[in-house]
Design a protein around this ligand. Sequence first.
Ligand SMILES: Cc1cc2nc3c(=O)[nH]c(=O)nc-3n(C[C@H](O)[C@H](O)[C@H](O)COP(=O)(O)OP(=O)(O)OC[C@H]3O[C@@H](n4cnc5c(N)ncnc54)[C@H](O)[C@@H]3O)c2cc1C
Length: 336
Amino acid sequence: MSENASIAVIGGGLTGCVLFWSLQGRGHDVYLCHRPTQYAASSASMGLLSPLSGPRLAPIWQMTSTIPFSHQFYTALQKKIGEPIYQPISLKRYISDQNRKQVEKRLSMRETAPYISQLSSDCYLIHEAAMIDITSLCQYTHQYADDIGAMIDIDSLNSSDEFHSIDCRGAYMMHSEIWSGLGFRAAFGENAIIEVTHTLNAPLQSHGWTLIPIDQHQLWVGSTYRWDIDDCEQRYDTSSELEEAISQLAKKQLFDSNWTIKHIKSGIRPIIEGRLPVFGPHPYLKRQWTINGLGSKGTAWAPYVVDQFMTLFETNVCAHPKRLPKANWRNEHKKV
Ligand SMILES: Cc1cc2nc3c(=O)[nH]c(=O)nc-3n(C[C@H](O)[C@H](O)[C@H](O)COP(=O)(O)OP(=O)(O)OC[C@H]3O[C@@H](n4cnc5c(N)ncnc54)[C@H](O)[C@@H]3O)c2cc1C
């Protein structure tokens, strides 16, 4: 990058906000361009951070780096901003019969053993998990950027070519002419805040659903996945899948049968073919960069991915060449 050039971070979701703090922390002249949207993933996210995921508790990408890194990052950020955005937890996880053998193996594997212990034949405890209050983190960042005069309008960038532009607009980038070469496979998702007579003591995952207690009478339940998304501006109606899932979970006595839905949150996960993060420079355009593809693991991946991006941005060294936009560019978009 050219010395002393200003940087505009486009999109103030989790990725853009983590990037904003990281650039600021390293003394860059950074601005945030944020426009609120209906389906920002960060506004719908439950904020669960877990080292193991999926029905067989597979380790997430770069788990041994991303997990300690993200705990460190959120602890430091919480201290800096003085807002309770980070809560370390152990996550209870129920496993179905067909996946038990695979999950049992994780108990003795060197990589996964420190992150898991067994509570009963079908229930495990995942360690090094956390809850991140993404909404508060983003709101605080926007306010802070505004207070220091670092919040700018995206249109003011067009006339200036001195900026490095780092596009963090998540799934909204699928509409961008210059970034459409990335193979977006965005997934729409919903979760519900329900009212119950008695809530849970702690977060848990069962049958593919996450349940997070909010207070004594409220619980978050989610999330759905819908994969046929190619337009973030369209209006998506609430599916019945979530309601059906909540009634099934109540039948399993995870909470009482006297539940009512209070609120539904929906968003579009930024997913790129391969379902891994993509970060770095545009393959053909100068001063255009992106960080995208954080999918359903934004809380765990954002701090590490941003750090890797910063190293690349500042020193031109990339430890993950397969994660560069160029390596993920679709052939038919070779020229923009
Ligand atoms: C229902 C649901 C539940 C989830 N639960 C979890 C979970 O428990 N744990 C987890 O780790 N992840 C979860 N996720 C995924 C997580 O939310 C994402 O990985 C993360 O929020 C991605 O952040 P992002 O900043 O890359 O994208 P986004 O949050 O989509 O941010 C993009 C931002 O760009 C802004 N923008 C768009 N267009 C413009 C423009 N023209 N100018 C300026 N700004 C613009 C948008 O308003 C938005 O704020 C969930 C996602 C959904 C949808």
